[in-house]
Design a protein around this ligand. Structure first.
Ligand SMILES: [Fe+2]
Ligand SMILES: [Fe+2]
Length: 274
């Protein structure tokens, strides 16, 4: 019997968020924030699809499936719900449902059980990469937000994402014990997923925000690159590179001296790339 990761029950509730206290004037003209928060709400709410895929992939592992269904999925859904309500409170003219429906249709083909893996151990390592990405992203929103209610929501989500990382990491360790993979193989998988983090879901989410927000206009890859470059300027200022790199490397279980050399090196490189 392995230890169940994380405490049960949500740490916070979307019903406790002070949507009536939002400083709307601080956000009204912040177009990049609108795109970022709306696109994030789409990706988070689609977690029911991801959860089903992961549940299928880990068929027979009742502990993992139970955690995914009763801890991970409800928390991810709550992230989407909290962000959706925020978007609707600040930008009420935006037809959220239409944007989300478009995103779901566009993204569903990319979201298949067949794309998971290649092994259960490596998929758990890959999940750690994804949760590192989301934890770091919401940590950035938490400090960069020009509006306090959004900062608070982002802080709650960041804490949950760190909890998810810990959950997947424990499952990873457990699989690694039963079905060991070489450090090289895990590193290769982590790298593959890091490169992938910037992939289709972000593009399609932002594209579908744009389709609803600017009817009749075409959203191109170049538009997305321009948007991403503006977000990178925030990242240079606010992204928690140090903790992100440590979280990414943790599944490799590097000897301490090697870790001391590697972490600052990768942090410097990541900052340069961003
Ligand atoms: Fe989330
Ligand atoms: Fe998460």
């Amino acid at each position: 019997m392995r230890a169940m990761p994380g405490p049960s029950g949500p740490r916070w509730s979307v019903d406790d968020v002070a949507y009536d206290k939002i400083d709307r004037a601080a956000m009204a003209d912040k177009l990049d924030w609108f795109y970022l928060v709306a696109a994030s709400s789409f990706v988070e709410i689609l977690s029911d699809l991801y959860a089903r895929n992961l549940g299928d992939y880990y068929a027979g592992d009742e502990e993992a499936r139970d955690w995914l269904a009763h801890k991970w999925e409800p928390e991810e859904m709550q992230h989407g719900e909290a962000l959706r309500r925020y978007v609707q409170a600040v930008w009420p003219d935006f037809d959220w449902q239409r944007g989300f429906d478009g995103f779901r249709t566009d993204y569903a083909p990319y979201c298949q059980t067949a794309l998971l893996g290649p092994t259960r151990t490596l998929e758990m390592a890959a999940r750690c990469v994804v949760e590192t990405g989301t934890a770091s992203f919401y940590a950035m929103l938490h400090v960069a937000s020009p509006e306090p209610v959004l900062a608070a929501v982002a802080g709650h989500i960041r804490d949950d994402e760190i909890g998810h990382y810990k959950g997947f990491y424990r499952f990873y360790r457990d699989y690694q014990r039963r079905d060991p993979h070489s450090r090289f193989r895990v590193a290769r998988e982590i790298w593959r997923r890091v490169v992938e983090v910037d992939s289709e879901d972000a593009f399609l989410a932002v594209k579908n925000v744009s389709i609803v927000h600017r009817p009749g206009s075409v959203f191109t890859r170049a538009d997305f690159r321009a948007f991403r470059d503006r977000i990178r300027a925030w990242m240079r200022l606010h992204y928690p590179f140090q903790s992100a790199v440590k979280m990414l490397l943790r599944p490799l279980d590097l000897p301490a001296p090697l870790q001391r050399i590697t972490v600052p090196l990768i942090v410097r490189t990541a900052r340069r790339i961003v």
